[in-house]
Write a protein that binds this ligand. Structure first.
Ligand code: FAD
Length: 387
């Protein structure tokens, strides 16, 4: 596997173990039929508890049965899962960074005891409801509201583009608490079998096909006070979760790019034209050299983020830079790899076009490329250009 600057030689034995276990899991349990799932628009549901057993959900958090590994191990895991498919990494990202993380960081003791062991083992599935039909890049404009009465809260509104909502047991829903002064955003744990909750599936996606995506409709949904996340108020709640997930994405997409590169490299040695392997042509070698260099640059950013995160110094704008850069790399590399595979490259028999199509979603979700550009610009100049 491409590791041009030998960064993986410096991994701890625990990190190597996590990487190898995830790599084996992807080779044996994901790669054989992920192309078929992509074609059919299905997620391999049998892998949900298996990933739980292997400790793939929120491995960097501890307590409540969670593995308590380091942040680099978490990143390596995301990289290996996304080498299988971005849908698989999305499952682990949402469950770990967007559902387990907020309950772990902001939940009450009762909420932690109720949900963390079940989510960590994959017995329960969670989803994260932030985006709304009219509010994507600007989630602070959200219209979903929670009104307090004597029995708790009543939720009304709708969320869309929610990974896993049709298969989730619980949704972390972000809504404005209109009963409080200035209507702060608060997090609510909404069991999906409550009256008034609907989770329609979004079909006809041309990207991230091996992942379940849906809406969340909330029509006078009653939740008790105990379902509010007590430890956070305001946009800091959802944004802090997104920083965790984006860190995983910055690592994950390197896996998609690396897998596409490896496939193109092998193909170029096997495929013969004009009396020999296409790998002997300088044009093809130029493409391979460029891909390897780009992937190496992306790996450097990911490893540096891990160092900063492990010592508690990671800033959200640094995550923005790496998310933006590494997704761009993956977008370029998967396309070049696809092109090197000629006609065969447009089928699901090979991974690059599937990765390429998935990356269009990754380019858009968790902050679009444009939004991360503005985050960096705002940090550099001190002038926010969002509006
Ligand atoms: P818009 O915000 O409408 O943006 C449209 C275009 O305008 C983009 O190119 C954008 O970059 C650009 N733009 C917007 N504002 C600016 C600006 N100020 N300056 C310059 N350009 C701008 N959301 C969740 O809450 N939970 C999930 O689990 C989840 N999963 C997803 C899964 C999939 C498969 C997809 C596709 C999306 C998912 N999302 C999820 C939603 C995702 O985060 C949003 O799609 C994303 O934030 C962009 O919002 P939007 O689609 O409304 O685009």
């Amino acid at each position: 596997m491409l590791d041009y600057l030998g960064m993986e030689e410096d991994l701890s034995s625990e990190e190597k173990l996590v990487r190898d276990e995830a790599r084996r899991f992807v080779e044996e349990q994901v790669k054989p039929d992920i192309g078929e799932h992509f074609e059919n628009g299905t997620f391999p549901m049998d892998l949900i508890p298996k990933m739980g057993e292997l400790g793939f959900y929120a491995p960097n958090l501890d307590g409540y049965g969670l593995p308590g590994l380091g942040d680099r191990a978490y990143g390596l895991l995301m990289q290996e899962l996304e080498a299988g498919d971005s849908g698989l990494r999305s499952m682990a990202s949402v469950q770990g960074s967007l559902v387990i993380y907020p309950i772990h960081a902001y939940g009450s003791e009762a909420q932690k005891e109720e949900w963390l062991p079940a989510l960590g083992s994959g017995e329960a599935v969670g989803c994260f409801g932030l985006t709304e039909p009219q509010h994507g890049s600007n989630p602070a404009g959200m219209e979903t509201k929670a009104e307090q009465d004597a029995d708790g809260y009543v939720l009304n509104g709708s969320k869309t583009w929610i990974t896993n909502s049709p298969i989730a047991d619980v949704a972390v829903v972000w809504a404005r608490d209109v009963s409080a002064e200035d209507s702060p955003v608060r997090g609510f744990l909404v069991e999906t079998d409550r009256d008034g909750v609907t989770t329609n599936k979004i079909d006809d996606k041309l990207s991230m096909r091996a992942s379940v995506t849906g809406e969340i409709g909330l029509d006078d949904v009653r939740v008790p006070e105990e379902n509010v996340l007590p430890g956070v108020e305001g946009m800091k709640g959802p944004l802090s979760c997104l920083t965790q997930a984006r860190y995983g994405i910055a690592w994950g997409v390197v896996g998609a790019a690396r897998d596409s590169f490896e496939e193109a490299l092998q193909y170029s040695k096997d495929r013969e034209q004009f009396g020999g392997p296409i790998a002997r042509f300088q044009l093809q070698q130029g493409k391979l050299a460029e891909m390897a260099t780009q992937i190496t640059n992306a790996q450097l950013q990911a490893h540096r983020l891990a160092e900063l995160k492990e010592r508690g110094d990671l800033e959200h704008q640094q995550v923005s830079m790496a998310k933006r850069h590494n997704v761009r790399v993956a977008r370029d590399v998967t396309r070049t790899a696809r092109e090197m595979l000629g006609g065969n490259g447009i089928t699901t028999d090979y991974s690059p076009m599937r990765h390429m199509s998935n990356i269009e979603t990754v380019y858009t979700y968790e902050g679009t490329d444009d939004i991360h550009t503005l985050v960096i610009g705002s940090e550099l100049t001190g002038i926010p250009a969002f509006e």
